[in-house]
Design a protein around this ligand. Structure first.
Ligand SMILES: [Zn+2]
Length: 254
C-alpha cells in the first residue's frame, strides 16, 4: 500500500506521457491533445489541492482512537492577541490541541509558543514564510524554508515532527522536503473555511454537519472570531458525545 500511495503522482505522469506518445503515433487531431492535457492538469490540480488524496505524500487525515474523539488543529499562529485567548478557552475545557506555527510569526511571540507547549499542546511546522508562491518554489528553497521553521519548533518541542503544508497544497518539492526532514504530514477531514466568513453560526454548523468520530478539524487561531466560535463549538461537540484528543496515529511511510 505504501508503494502504491507514494507513486500516485509518478503513475499519473507516466500514463500521461504514454498517452502523449499514443496521440503522436496515431496522429490524433489537436482536440485529442487538448482533452488529454486538460485531463492531466485537472488530476494534477486535484492531487495538489486535496490533501486527503495522498497524491504527493502520505498524510494523516483522521485520528485513530477507540472512543469517538475529535482533534482541534490551529494553523497560522502564534497570534499576539488571539492565540492566548484560544489557550484560555482550551484550558477552561481541559482540551489539548495541535498548533501548526508559521516560523516568522514565532519571532517576537516566543512567550506564547512557550505557553502553548507548557499547557501540553502539540506544535508543528507550517513553514517559515507561509509564502503565497511556496508551491512554485524550487525544491531547495522549499527545503530551506521548512528546515528554518523546524529549527525553531525544535527549540520548544524537540520531539515534534508534525507538519502541515501552507494552504494545504502539496507538490513533488514539498514531498521531497518532507521526506528529507522526516516530517509527519497532518491534514484534516473537516475544513471549517473559517477564513472565508466571519459568521460564527455558519462556521459552527459546517463543522457540526461533517462531524464524525476521529475527525481532525482545521481552524485558524489568528482569527478574531476564533474565541467566540470555540466558546460555542466546544460545548456542542461535547454534547454530541465526542471527546477531544491529540492521539495521532504513527506515520506509515514518512
Ligand atoms: Zn496556513
Amino acid at each position: 500500500m505504501d508503494v502504491i500511495i507514494k507513486n500516485k503522482h509518478r503513475i499519473v505522469v507516466l500514463v500521461f506521457l504514454i498517452g502523449l506518445g499514443i496521440l503522436y503515433y496515431c496522429s490524433f487531431s489537436w482536440i485529442g491533445w487538448i482533452i488529454w492535457i486538460f485531463c492531466f492538469l485537472i488530476i494534477e490540480f486535484c492531487g495538489a489541492y486535496f490533501i486527503q488524496l495522498n497524491f504527493h505524500l502520505q498524510t494523516t487525515n483522521k485520528l485513530n482512537t477507540i472512543k469517538p474523539s475529535v482533534m482541534l488543529s490551529f494553523d497560522d499562529g502564534p497570534h499576539a492577541k488571539n492565540t492566548p485567548l484560544v489557550l484560555e478557552i482550551l484550558d477552561a475545557h481541559q482540551i489539548k490541541a495541535v498548533f501548526f506555527l508559521i516560523g516568522k510569526n514565532i519571532q517576537g511571540q516566543e512567550e506564547i509558543v512557550k505557553q502553548i507547549v507548557d499547557k501540553g499542546h502539540l506544535i508543528g511546522n507550517h513553514s517559515f514564510s507561509h509564502h503565497h508562491l511556496i508551491d512554485v518554489w524550487s525544491s531547495k528553497r522549499v527545503l530551506d524554508d521548512l528546515k528554518q521553521c523546524q529549527h525553531l519548533i525544535k527549540q520548544y518541542q524537540p520531539q515534534s515532527l508534525l507538519f502541515r503544508p501552507p494552504f494545504g497544497v502539496t507538490n513533488p518539492n514539498i514531498a521531497k522536503a518532507v521526506k528529507q526532514l522526516q516530517l509527519h504530514t497532518i491534514g484534516w477531514n473537516i475544513r471549517s473555511y473559517d477564513t472565508s466568513t466571519q459568521n460564527i453560526s455558519e462556521i459552527k454548523q459546517r463543522i457540526l454537519n461533517k462531524l464524525k468520530p476521529n475527525s481532525i478539524i482545521l481552524l485558524h487561531d489568528r482569527l478574531d472570531v476564533m474565541p467566540k466560535l470555540l466558546n460555542e463549538l466546544i460545548p456542542e461537540i461535547k454534547n454530541l458525545g465526542f471527546e477531544f484528543s491529540i492521539e495521532l496515529p504513527k506515520p506509515t511511510n514518512d
